[in-house]
Design a protein around this ligand. Structure first.
Ligand SMILES: [Zn+2]
Length: 285
């Protein structure tokens, strides 16, 4: 039997006005075996687009809300999708009390949390940093990220958290030591596989995904295949596609199939690992 496919890593960047196109794309993906798509939607309260773009990579072609306040659009699209879209709230711009803010988004229908660790300008995406962008101190920013992890752990919510294991390994370790029960996906194979191995070896609730790695994996399939074979219960299927890029999800499915993994491990990547990572988020609320 062909396993269902769950993509744990997409971004929104569309609006409700794209409802028809999104519905058509979702129908196409469903025919190709895709059951669920986890989609991060940004939330902002600022109106200054220069400030907002400071934390968004230049390659983003934003077709949704120009100020990246995507909550209403994403929730409306998810409601229309028949449970196919699982919305995660992207926390990079949130201000104020974390628990109160997240309570509000969960009540609205978000199923999990997306974060990104941007303490300085040395990040892998070439975007600005959160403390300067939001006008807070590094300590305040770190406290905010700690509270995100605490909230995810306490409420049993999946956390998709972009973080470079090579550069921020000490912080990654400190977060995991403080929140051993949180189910967290550090995507893109931790950004550095060598540095990230130590975390997969040590922390059983840590997951990762293959999002945005297609050119690298196609360049060196044997090495990535070995990595997945070594951590068969941790690597999830993910694309990093935007909601208007259904074709990209299909490219990522082909890429994984081309690795020629044993059938049961391929099924773990496409389905079993995403199911364990997402947990209760798949059941609805
Ligand atoms: Zn992403």
């Amino acid at each position: 039997m062909v396993p269902e496919i769950i993509d744990v890593h997409l971004h929104c960047f569309v609006g409700q006005q794209h409802g028809e196109v999104v519905a058509r794309d979702l129908a196409l993906l469903r025919r190709e075996g895709v059951a669920r798509l986890t989609v991060a939607g940004m939330v902002t309260t600022d109106q200054d687009r220069d400030i907002i773009w400071n934390l968004v990579p230049d390659y983003v072609d934003n077709q949704g809300d120009p100020c990246f306040n995507e909550a209403d659009d994403l929730l409306a699209l998810a409601a229309r999708s028949g449970e196919m879209l699982l919305p995660l709230v992207d926390t990079r711009y949130i201000r104020g009390d974390v628990a109160t803010t997240l309570d509000g988004f969960v009540r609205q229908g978000f199923r999990g949390i997306k974060g990104i660790y941007l303490p300085d300008n040395e990040n892998d995406l070439g975007v600005g940093n959160v403390p300067e962008t939001l006008g807070i101190s590094l300590e305040q920013y770190r406290r905010r990220e700690w509270e995100l992890f605490a909230y995810a752990e306490e409420h049993d919510l999946p956390l998709l958290y972009h973080m470079d294991a090579r550069r921020y390994g000490d912080t990654m370790k400190a977060l995991l030591d403080d929140f051993p029960r949180v189910r967290v996906n550090f995507p893109h194979l931790g950004i550095g596989r060598k540095a990230f191995c130590a975390f997969l070896d040590r922390y059983p609730n840590v997951f990762t995904d293959v999002a945005n790695l297609l050119p690298h994996i196609r360049n060196n399939p044997a090495s990535y295949r070995d990595f997945i074979m070594h951590y068969p219960d941790r690597v999830c299927f993910g694309s990093d596609a935007f909601l208007y890029q259904a074709g990209m999800v299909l490219d990522y499915i082909s890429m994984v199939k081309e690795l020629g993994l044993p059938e049961e491990i391929e099924a773990q990547v496409f389905c079993d690992n995403p199911v364990r990572f997402l947990g209760r988020a798949l059941e609805g609320v």
